[in-house]
Design a protein around this ligand. Sequence first.
Ligand code: PLP
Length: 765
Amino acid sequence: MEIYLDANATTPVLPQARDAALSVMADAFGNPSSIHGSGLKARARLDEVRATARRVLGAPTGQLLFTSGATEGIQTAVLSALTALRRRQLAGEALPARLLYGATEHKAVPEALKHWNALLGLDREVVAIPVGQDGRHDLVWLRAHAASAGLVCTMAANNETGVISDLDGIADALRGSGALWLVDGVQALGKLPLQLGERAIDYAPFSGHKLYAPKGIGMLYVREGAPFTPLMAGGGQEGALRSGTENMAGIAALGAVLDALEGGGTFASLSQLLDRRQRLADALREAFPGVVFNAPFDISLPTTLNVSVPGLGAKLLLDLFDAAGLRVSGGSACGAAKAAPSYVLQAMGLPAWRAASAVRLSFGAADADATINEACRRLRACGESLRATCQTPASERVSADATGTSVPQRPDLLTRFTVDGACCYVVTDADSGRCVVVDPLPELTGTLTQWLRCRALTLAAVLDTHSHGDHASSAQALRDALPAQLAEEAWPERVDALGWPLGSEVLALGAHRLSRLAIPGHTADSTAYLLHAGGELLAAFVGDTVMPGALGRSDFTQSAPQAFGPSLKTLERNVGPHGLLLPGHDYDDRFATTLAVECAAQPLLDGVLKGRLSAEAFAIGKGVLEHDLAPTEYQTMACGARVACTRAGERVELDVASLEALLRDRGATPVLVDVREAYEARMSPTEELSPEAVPLSALVNALPRWRALPAHTPVVFFCRSGNRSAQAARALRRLGHDQAWSLAGGLALWPGARAVTTSFDAIAI
Ligand code: PLP
């Protein structure tokens, strides 16, 4: 069963609201503007719902319009206020200089302000009201700026943090200023007693789908006497204030919710909600020691928890929760190459890591108490899963899981970590328990320490492939963090500047061996590390010398541009055209490459390896490419001039029906691969698909094996949402296996995926 903890984004529809909407659509479908019986019935229901809304909102006077949602309400309010300002401007009056909005406001507000300000040619300055660390508006600032404001917009409660605004304090700060006042009441509806009629609020928009009504229905309160300009003109509905035939199904559903609010019995009381939040908070603390709550409980909606966990990114937590069937949301936009930190938490002045890794859990006041208990159980199980897979800072060496069964801690030979496109690898020989870290990154010292300690591995070396231009090596920090696990040959006095044991030609890791190869160019000290098992070359760590789609730049002071071409030939002699190259940077999630793949994409490389270009000509050609290199999409220094990925636009998605057909086709025998990380797979196993489990962090181990499959064998990757599996499929295709696919929409769209189930407390139908 899926547990939905994202009520601030939207809620399910209450059964009585669903019934009300269905009955309007099936029977009472009249147009409230018609004067026959059907129309009159619809009109009566419309008037009833409006009357209930007035009581619930404490708004006996003024206008209460039905809208399509809060965004429309916000536009209407802003248009009304700004049109009034424009009229004053046209009449020759000096206008207040600013339009103010709370810095943590939903984007609909500042965007509407900017839009209508520009469209009406008002040219006022649109300024954010600062908030304090507690998320509340800076009232001293507001008082100081109130007189210069034409319109002030402040939300009643914040959607990301649940922080409740001090509306009385704001009213006090605005008193006598003449500014119009918009209060976005979306997250407060049904949760806070707003008593609009008793306040100086001019406009208050609301949205039905945040309180168990369907999407597409909302309300806008307009104080009596507040300026008004219709956003929509037409048939004159809603007293000509909002034209367009009314959304009667939505209005009836909203009416059922408002009836439930008034009648009691459906929504939990404040004390029950506080108790539920406490239980969730306790479960979070137990599951994720060190968790921090990003909003003070005493001034927040009891239904919202915004948390950050040191050392655990939002993406990891979202994947984990999703695997546990807990639907929560990231406090930041994670779609971009680099997850954008939450502007709300940034405005509150919280440390960058908290703004970047925040996760929001929000439940609804009509959710069943048992749902919260189950959510708490799953949160604890998530914590357990992280500990069992050595992911949390708190995990000690794991030997048994919750059921007492021993957990085999046999890491894959190669594990890849990335930070903003930079790659770090751990090579582990599970039999000997010895490992080597290649290109440690400063941001990963804590994670790697934890990872290695939990697995009780002996750290045989910490190697850098070169002296990095974009960051200092954190090799020493890692050695310092693991004194008890550091092999003698890795002691600082026994290694060279790149971490290689002095006087050794080979680094032995059980049955595996690492040897090194000088490949000066990107830097004078650039070195490749070649990993062998028996006589077979498994992979080469080539740093930034060859990256997927790029050659390392050679315009640094520590570069050796003339040596670059000959080094590439040396590399080719040692790894051949098809040896797997593991790069120091991988900006586009291409994972691994080979010289043959890169020659096809990079003429310079092809030229120098095929002997068409001399070392000098190659160096000159590279110099031209590297002139004025722009920073990467992560806003970091580019380590090389990139060529576009030739197959980037190729469709790798396979829909559910096609995969089912493939699985039925006896001749096809597809290889099915689950690329989710171990902590996710533990939470939602997919035995019915009996896939291979190859987490994305270990993908490079399996690439050579899949490349060697017959060309017609489909390899189908899947994950939670289809993102990571698409990366895996593209990586394999680039390496030459054309039958690499990704399950579109991931497990979320797979028919066996958990059903959405909602259960409500004491539903009054
Ligand atoms: N204001 C707040 C505080 C919100 O949370 C939302 C929705 O996320 C909106 C406005 C926009 O509401 P709607 O989706 O109904 O347009």
